[in-house]
Write a protein that binds this ligand. Structure first.
Ligand SMILES: C[S@@+](CC[C@H](N)C(=O)[O-])C[C@H]1O[C@@H](n2cnc3c(N)ncnc32)[C@H](O)[C@@H]1O
Length: 251
């Protein structure tokens, strides 16, 4: 049986300078704490946005759930707008204002479901929090992956590839309409040194895939050595979420 508890009393939502609202620690939080296990407010069974299903799911909410939903952050990137326009058979300007709002909120916050508290986590390319869907609980769970000090912001990553280079990361983040200034993205000597490590990770990951595809005893042994090297860099760079798990057990 899975215990359906979290430590949300240790977090609060408040203004994060330059980022809108964010999630902050009210107290010190040890690494590995499940800070949140949250049921979705609005669920759409599709990884890609489907305008009509999203609007129907919104219609199916209670009035109080609808007003909570409408308080979430709004943003829709142009290419997502084009997809939604095609699905609706209307231009963005022709759509009812409420439809634009609902879709704007969906595209800015979907996991692909929408979570009221979970949607307030901002992004960092060096996250201190990870999240995943927990099928037995039917909840999205959020765990700290670093020790957090009181007052610190809890950050997840919106990117599914920690070894992407800076320009690829930034291009992907355009979907949410912001420029990342996390410790790896900042244009400082420290930021550039961290970026070098990302490039090394990218190179080693490609080499690892090449070795695996050879499927000889020697290449698999080499691949195993490489994963140890990958894991060491990931740990030293604070990349201790999903990517480290992949290094140990494969994706
Ligand atoms: C899922 S919401 C996160 C919560 C949001 N800040 C709010 O006020 O509800 C995504 C939005 O947060 C902002 N955001 C997230 N991470 C950011 C970052 N690292 N820097 C600046 N803005 C960020 C962007 O406006 C983005 O579209």
């Amino acid at each position: 049986m899975f215990i359906n508890r979290d430590a949300r009393h240790l977090i609060e939502v408040r203004e994060s300078p330059g980022k809108g609202l964010g999630v902050f620690a009210k107290d010190n939080i040890p690494r590995g704490t499940r800070i949140l296990a949250e049921s979705s407010l609005l669920k759409v069974e599709n990884d890609n946005p489907d305008a009509k299903k999203i609007l129907q799911a919104f219609e199916d909410l209670t009035p109080s759930q609808q007003s909570s939903y409408l308080e979430l952050h709004r943003y829709t990137f142009d290419s997502d707008k084009q997809i939604l326009e095609a699905q609706m058979g209307q231009t963005w300007d022709e759509m009812a204002e409420m439809h634009r709002k609902v879709l704007n909120i969906y595209t800015a916050n979907s996991f692909p479901s929408i979570y009221l508290l979970g949607s307030r986590f901002n992004h960092s390319c060096v996250p201190n929090t990870t999240h995943s869907y927990h099928p037995s609980l039917d909840k999205e769970t959020f765990h700290t992956i670093q020790d957090i000090t009181a007052g610190e912001e809890l950050l997840i990553t919106y990117i599914d590839g920690s070894n992407w280079d800076r320009s690829r990361r930034q291009k992907y983040l355009q979907k949410w309409g912001f420029q990342c200034n996390c410790p790896v993205c900042e244009d400082t000597p420290q930021g550039r040194a961290k970026e070098e490590k990302r490039l090394e990770l990218s190179y080693l990951t490609d080499e690892f895939q090449d070795l695996l595809s050879l499927e000889t005893e020697e290449s698999l042994e080499e691949a195993l050595k490489l994963t140890q090297k990958l894991a060491a860099i990931q740990k030293s760079e604070g990349l201790v979420g999903h990517e480290l798990r992949y290094s140990y057990v494969g994706s």
